[in-house]
Design a protein around this ligand. Structure first.
Ligand code: GDP
Length: 482
């Protein structure tokens, strides 16, 4: 296991991906400028350079041979990303040049940076809090307008300030509660119980708003899971290909089985949807396939939207059961055949198909059978032809309308990070226990223990409370150079 290193040594890594016309090599640490001066030849030494200045020159090897023409950007501590002296060398993006420059830096005393080490240094130097540091990884990975919007809000501070303020209020009252413990013989109450109650309720209100936003945040970050289910030959694969179209990002078999889930993604108006063709579901004795199908079922159970594909000649097919959190859309496919035509050249433009796009109910609020915790909604029915591209735009609009991005556009804070969601859920549980303890007049030590747990959970999000394990697990997910 890697541990978070002490940071007085100087680290080096490429900060840009392979294959571009240019590459930035980042060198950061106490000796960054000195190390660069051993290989940089410009009009003056970088040691004389002011912070935030650019310097044109050459990188030369030990024998004085030029390696590349470069521009060196100098950032002096503490005004750099990491908070340490930093030089960013922009060179031509040749793999050879980049590795030569890195080797020269290492031979002059730098060492190769570990995954996420620049950002972990930024965190340790107090330049970013932990949730902002995590957002750096999210923003680099963001692949759509809205996953970018969520990550950008978090990187700019997101809910960190709010959590810090809530923590401060709780901390003040906890210290009063703990003072009472020192005077336990005397039956005194330093912490005003009704004020404490108000604060606990207020904190819980905020944590619940945040946890409530996770389903949306997670969908925006990871892509909205859409499972396409239906009988063999209903047209599932055709629909998946139609929806993914030219934007298809991936069609792959999940490793380890002979026939498995096929996924493709499409960006619909700034939101990535992950379409899952569930054709792999069938009865089999093959153990390996069964395991694959278990994963497929798992994927379906996690999908946010279920598209149930039927055909006009099979109208009796029963709706399938979905979980309350899932949206169900029933599709009647192959309506081109029902219209009595085999002319596949017809499109939405020149043909008015018998598409009803009818909603018997509001699709967002299906009626559920509480006894089984499943829903058997028939409310959203759309008539399409996957093959002839009929009704597909309407389906795209319907899918997109299930994802409410207005709040994100208006600057509302959305939690997209699973670690934060889990910490907020723990905070919420401890808050409920603390409120119970308060309402039942339980002793101050029990109350204070619950509040400590709330403080701990909230502090984990912003990094006021951290362990090596938490930091290692966060930063090891970064690439080298971030
Ligand atoms: P799956 O088994 O559910 O994945 O079904 P496929 O996508 O493999 O489609 C089965 C057959 O139905 C193929 O021959 C498709 O070309 C055909 N098909 C799919 N959608 C349509 C449609 O909208 N109209 C017509 N006429 N045929 C379709």
């Amino acid at each position: 296991m890697t541990t978070i290193p002490e940071h007085n040594d100087t680290i080096v890594a490429p900060a840009t991906a392979d294959g571009g016309a240019m590459c930035v090599i980042r060198i950061s640490g106490d000796s960054a400028i000195e190390i660069c001066d051993t290989m940089f030849r410009g009009r003056r030494q970088l040691a004389e350079a002011k912070t935030h200045t650019l310097h044109y020159g050459e990188i030369v090897d030990r024998s004085g041979c030029a390696v590349d023409d470069v521009v060196a950007a100098v950032f002096r501590a503490p005004h750099s990303y990491t908070g340490d002296d930093t030089v960013e060398i922009s060179a031509h993006g040749s793999h050879y040049i980049v590795s030569r420059i890195i080797r020269l830096a290492i031979s002059a005393g730098a060492r190769m940076a570990r995954a996420g080490e620049f950002t972990s240094r930024a965190f340790l130097a107090g330049r970013l809090d932990l949730s902002q540091a995590e957002a750096v990884a999210d923003i680099i990975a963001s692949d759509s307008q809205w996953s970018h919007a969520v990550a950008a809000t978090q990187m700019r501070g997101g809910y960190s300030d709010m959590l810090r303020q809530l923590r401060d209020k709780l901390l003040r009252l906890t210290s009063l509660l703990e003072l009472e413990l020192d005077f336990s013989e005397e039956d005194v109450e330093f912490a005003d119980r009704s004020e404490l109650r108000d604060i606990l309720v207020d904190v819980q209100h905020h944590t619940r708003n945040l946890t409530g936003s996770f389903a949306l945040g997670n969908a925006l970050k990871e892509g909205v899971g859409v499972a396409i289910v239906g009988r063999p030959n209903a047209g599932k694969s055709t629909l998946l290909n139609r929806l993914a179209g030219d934007d298809r990002a991936m069609v792959s078999d999940i490793a380890g089985t002979t026939r498995d889930t096929i996924e493709a993604t499409a960006n619909i108006d700034g939101v990535v949807f992950r379409f899952i063709d569930t054709a792999g579901l069938r009865i089999t004795d093959d153990r390996l396939e069964q395991m694959g199908m278990e994963r497929t079922r798992n994927t379906i159970s996690k999908a946010r939207i279920i598209l149930h594909l039927t055909t006009p000649d099979d109208p009796s097919e029963e709706p399938i059961s979905v979980a309350p959190s899932q949206q169900y859309i029933r599709l009647i496919n192959k309506i081109d055949l029902q219209a009595g035509t085999a002319d596949e050249s017809r499109s939405d433009d020149n043909f008015t198909p018998p598409v009803c796009n009818r909603y018997d109910n509001d699709p967002a609020t299906p009626t559920y059978d509480n006894s089984t915790d499943t829903a058997v909604p028939t409310q959203c029915v759309m008539r399409i032809s996957a093959k002839c591209d009929i009704g597909i735009d309407a389906l795209r609009r319907q899918l997109r309308s299930t994802i409410a991005t207005d709040n994100v556009a208006n600057g509302s804070i959305v939690v997209s990070n699973l670690r934060h969601y889990e910490a907020l859920t723990r905070a919420d549980e401890s808050l409920s226990r603390a409120l119970d303890a308060l309402d039942n007049g339980l002793p101050a030590d029990l109350l204070s223990e619950d509040i400590r747990q709330v403080l701990h959970a909230l502090g984990e999000i912003t990094g006021e409370i951290t362990t090596d394990d938490i930091l290692t697990s966060i930063f090891s997910k970064f690439c080298i150079g971030k």
